[in-house]
Design a protein around this ligand. Structure first.
Ligand SMILES: O=P(O)(O)OC[C@H]1O[C@@H](O)[C@H](O)[C@@H](O)[C@@H]1O
Length: 228
């Protein structure tokens, strides 16, 4: 197969939850259990609109409708994420087609990074539990940034750490907040139709919408950063 990868370096930046793993339903159920335990009203629709893909500081402020102190945030975040990990652990697996796609990207020397709103504890659970970490040159998680998605900081930091200009990066995202973060970083975005339907993703500005990584060809993605 001809290698039409662009001559200049480029990078693939991956969101974690809903992208590397198809785990949205488990996060939804964990948030609903957590909110119920604290007598806070929360629906799945509110989760999808206001929490999905966002850092815990923003999610907790939404659930409790007040600012959360740094100490309280650590305790509440770990309480919620422990529920999530317990629910998802028996189902933990890479998204369909992911390992073949990451292997193909690595074979073409594409720089690879993770940019996630998740806390370090969940990053370890997922990237070391599978294990996926060896594929990635860089991992940026919520402990390393000041402003969560939809702010572009996570993806700009990932690009800077792999040493690739933002306009040579492709972001893989499932969440509205994450798609916006990638676009505001000046990157091309591939949307995964895991949390949202293709119809819901149609007007987000994503350059491509896929169901998962099955059969995804590196050159298809490389063309997104050469077509500028
Ligand atoms: O999609 P990302 O950036 O990997 O985000 C991780 C976050 O995604 C949210 O949807 C979860 O509810 C959080 O608990 C989780 O930490």
């Amino acid at each position: 197969m001809p290698n039409t990868s662009p001559a200049l370096p480029w990078a693939a930046l991956f969101d974690m939850d809903g992208v590397l793993v198809d785990n949205t339903d488990f996060h939804v159920n964990a948030w609903l259990q957590f909110a119920q335990h604290h007598n806070r009203p929360l629906t799945k629709a509110q989760y999808v609109e206001n929490i999905n893909g966002r850092v815990s500081a923003d999610a907790m402020a939404y659930v409790f409708q007040r600012p959360i102190s740094p100490g309280e945030l650590i305790v509440l975040t770990e309480e919620k994420e422990a529920i999530y990990r317990e629910l998802y652990r028996p189902h933990l697996q890479p998204a369909p087609g992911l390992l073949d796609f990451l292997g193909a990207l690595k074979a073409q020397k594409v720089k690879l990074a993770v940019g996630t709103s998740a806390p370090e504890s969940n990053v370890g659970f997922t990237l070391d539990g599978l294990p996926l970490r060896p594929y990635f040159d860089v991992v940026v998680d919520s402990s390393m940034i000041h402003r969560g998605k939809p702010d572009p900081e996570i993806y700009l930091m990932a690009a800077s750490r792999v040493g690739v200009e933002p306009n040579r990066c492709v972001v893989f995202e499932d969440a509205f907040a994450g798609i916006e973060a990638g676009l505001r970083a000046g990157m091309k975005v591939v949307a995964l139709a895991t949390t949202h339907t293709r119809e819901e993703l149609a007007n987000t500005g994503a350059a491509l919408i896929v169901d998962d990584f099955t059969g995804l060809v590196v050159d298809t993605i490389a063309q997104l950063v050469t077509r500028t």
